[in-house]
Unconditional design. Sequence first.
Length: 94
Amino acid sequence: MIARISIHPSGPARFHYAVSAEGEELYSDDGLGSIIHCLAAAIEGMGEEVKAAELAYGDIVSGTYPLEVLATRPGDVAQHAINTTTAVLQVLNA
C-alpha cells in the first residue's frame, strides 16, 4: 500500500501532519517543530503493509518515496518538498 503524508505549517516554527490511505485519514498530529519531525512521526505509525508514501507539503505533492528513503534521508526529502512547493507557488503567483 502507498499512504499519503500531508504536512502543513500550523504556526511559527510548528507543523501539522496527517497520514491517509485511500482517502481516509489514519492519524495525525500538530505542533511538531519541523518537517523532519513530522516525517519521523508519520512513518513511525505506519504498519508493515505500507511500502511507500506520497508526500505533500502545503498541498503540493513533491513525490512518492519508499519508506526506507523517508527513514534514512528525511532531510533530503524535506528539502525537496520545500523546494518543490516554493517553485510551484512562485509559478502560480507569477
